[in-house]
Design a protein around this ligand. Structure first.
Ligand code: 8YV
Length: 319
């Protein structure tokens, strides 16, 4: 039996690539460059399935020009904001994602950013690394303690709940806002706020874990940032467009936001050069899920979704 042909747009983990090559005819380019609109359109006539990352954009314009040969987009991501789902649905193209398997890795990075932002990790590392550390005082690099502080979480899906679990280990008081209230078991003592504004008012620390949708674009705008307690530490490992970056910059410069830890930016790759002026903004280049274990799990989940599809079984992770 001939193997289905798939396009793996980026370089996935070694174990994923090996399994993919065993079971599929794989097209992959070692250049590891994002697939642009014309690449996606051209490739759709040569393959039965694609494993894209969030770097490949299936906009409505692209989807309208896809070849009917393409049957499944098995994303190597939990976020699907790079896929225009209302456009893909009517084309009969199955779309899947990778929920669950990246929750812990992303929550770990959120924890690193929260602690690093709160405790001046950028300035501290720089002063030691540069050899310029020639002074010490009890007043030097004094940060904000997370133990016992109130942590607000927006979005209690897999990543939000994993972050809450880890924050509980730091004795934080967990508050959250979500489309739906969780079961008491999933809440595990977290305090539900049915409006976002109520959550913001109690968030000494705030971490974003909701999907990027038209409704959540610019969620953290000037008005909502102003509702946070003075000195709040803001963490974003979800998507850059959840935050109005100009408003965040102003809030940091005014001292209202005490620090920020950001793994996601409105422009990626690239980030926001204006943030680099501020040592109290700790930044990473969208690597929340980048651990060996999680990259394997994400790749395997994408392949599980392809396997089910080509075996004629129901989608495992449909979106
Ligand atoms: C990945 C992500 O960096 O899953 C997501 O939505 O943003 C990240 O885990 C990326 O999409 C990997 O393909």
């Amino acid at each position: 039996m001939t193997k289905p042909v798939i396009w793996i747009t980026r370089t996935l983990s070694d174990a994923t690539m090996a399994r993919a090559r065993r079971d599929y005819e794989v097209i992959w380019d070692a250049a590891d460059a994002p697939g642009g609109a014309e690449d996606i359109i051209a490739m759709s006539g040569q393959v039965d399935g694609i494993i894209p990352c969030h770097s490949e954009h299936f906009s409505a314009d692209v989807v309208a020009r896809l070849d009917p040969r393409l049957k499944i987009v098995a994303n190597h991501s939990v976020g699907v904001d790079h896929c225009d789902l209302p456009a893909l649905g009517p084309r009969g193209i199955v779309v899947t994602n990778t929920p669950g398997v990246l929750s812990d890795a992303t929550a770990e990075l959120a924890m690193m950013l929260m602690l690093g932002a709160a405790r001046h990790a950028v300035a501290g590392d720089r002063v030691v690394r540069s050899g310029d550390w020639d002074f010490w005082s009890p007043a030097f690099l004094v940060g904000k303690q997370i133990t016992g502080a109130r942590l607000g979480i927006i979005g209690m899906g897999g990543v939000g709940r994993a972050f809450a679990r880890k924050a509980r280990g730091f004795d934080m008081e967990i508050h959250y806002h979500n489309r739906n209230r969780l079961t008491p078991e999933d809440e595990a003592g977290a305090i539900y706020h049915d409006t976002l504004d109520d959550l913001l008012a109690v968030s000494d620390f705030l971490s974003l874990h909701c999907p990027a949708t038209p409704e959540t674009t610019g969620l953290m705008n000037a008005d909502r940032l102003a509702r946070l307690p003075e000195g709040c530490v803001l963490v974003n490992t979800a998507r850059g467009n959840l935050i109005d970056e100009t408003a965040l910059l102003q809030a940091v410069e005014a001292g209202h936001i005490g620090a920020a830890g950001l793994d996601c930016f409105a422009t990626e790759p690239g980030g926001n050069p204006a943030f680099a002026r501020h040592d109290n903004i700790m930044m990473m280049p969208h690597v929340g899920s980048a651990t060996v274990r999680t990259r394997d799990a994400m790749g395997f989940k994408a392949l599980d979704n392809l396997d089910a599809f080509f075996a004629g079984k129901p989608s495992l992770d449909p979106v």
